[in-house]
Design a binder for this molecule. Structure first.
Ligand SMILES: Nc1ncnc2c1ncn2[C@@H]1O[C@H](COP(=O)(O)OP(=O)(O)OP(=O)(O)O)[C@@H](O)[C@H]1O
Ligand code: SF4
Length: 300
């Protein structure tokens, strides 16, 4: 097992069991949606799993909107930043995003590399995550300063680090996904697998999945590159209306106000969408690969 350095980041993240970095070569392929879906599926997969989601897509943070916590503020405590709990009642789904720090919704961050690096270090060392089973990190598209900073701070201090690559089946997206895969190889970041998003279309009337566009490109790339294929997700209008609106649904029998239960309601409704049903299988494959990867690393 790799020796772990003692740094503010290592101290803060020593209580995080697994870190999963979500990458995509091209923008708009659904990387943030996959990060949000992974967090929600992990959240509902066990009644006591503790999940964190960190959004370092500094130029387009979308996780707060997808988890229904857009507009929340981050509190500073004596022990660091307190994350926003998307499920205030259980405090098992913690979220931190640069979006919480922007004055106005829709503002964008125009920073040079060193400032981005400092912000990422602060996200990794100052957020009071507590004990987490999984920390999912949503990154910007491509391989940018943010990815380099992330690896610079994480790889010397955490040995349960892995990545998931999201692509659409089209050739242009696949070419860019290959660049992400090359990056992970260059920095020795284990890849848990590839998710092929927007693969086919779910009919909103009958639920049938039709292959109106090309499909199978991500699966083919996974086979060719010797990387696990985690599964395909179709274009799903139910998913969009859920994540874009992030509606609040109360927990049955709870006395708490609706606003405090949004993560639970969201996760429950997500599970019932076509994507939510397919993601359960993706999570099974991902966790199998995760365990196998970590076993291999710790035996080296
Ligand atoms: N499977 C899907 N079905 C339908 N719409 C989807 C699907 N996946 C993502 N979308 C929608 O596509 C848009 C882009 O998705 P998302 O923000 O997740 O992509 P991204 O790769 O993270 O983009 P960015 O380049 O901005 O980081 C969003 O409006 C999202 O709701
Ligand atoms: S089965 Fe085909 S035609 Fe019928 S509602 Fe679904 S997609 Fe439309």
């Amino acid at each position: 097992m790799t020796a772990v350095q003692d740094t503010p980041v290592s101290r803060r993240l020593s209580s995080v069991k697994h870190i999963i970095i979500i990458c995509s070569g091209k923008g708009g392929v659904g990387k943030s949606s996959v990060a949000a879906q992974l967090a929600l599926t992990l959240y509902v997969s066990s009644a006591d799993a503790r999940i964190g989601i960190l959004d370092i897509d500094l130029t387009g943070p979308s996780i707060p909107r997808m988890l229904g916590v857009d507009g929340s503020g981050v509190h500073q405590s004596s022990d660091g930043w307190v994350p926003v709990y998307a499920d205030a009642s259980d405090a098992r789904l913690a979220c931190m995003s640069v979006g919480f720090l922007l004055k106005n919704r829709g503002d964008s961050v125009v920073w040079r590399g060193p400032k981005k690096n400092a912000m990422i270090r602060q996200f990794l060392s100052d957020v009071r995550w507590g004990d987490l089973d999984y920390l999912v990190i949503d990154t910007p598209p491509g391989t940018s300063d943010e990815h380099l900073s992330l690896m610079e701070h994480l790889s010397p201090v955490h040995d349960r680090l892995s990545a998931v690559i999201v692509t659409t089946p089209q050739a242009v997206a696949l070419m860019d996904a290959m660049k992400s895969l090359s990056f992970t190889r260059a920095v020795k970041l284990p890849v848990l697998g590839i998710v092929e998003n927007m693969s086919g279309y779910v009919c909103p009337c009958c639920g049938e999945i039709s292959n109106v566009f090309s499909t199978g490109g991500g699966e083919e790339m996974a086979r060719r590159e010797g990387v696990p294929f985690l599964g395909a997700l179709p274009v799903d209008t139910e998913l969009v209306s859920l994540l874009d609106a992030a509606e609040i649904v109360p927990k049955e029998g709870s006395q708490l106000p609706e606003a405090e239960q949004r993560g639970f309601g969201l996760a429950r409704r997500y599970q019932e969408t076509p994507s939510g049903k397919l993601f359960k299988k993706i999570l099974e494959t991902l966790l199998d690969t995760l365990l196998a990867t970590e076993r291999r690393i710790s035996s080296n």
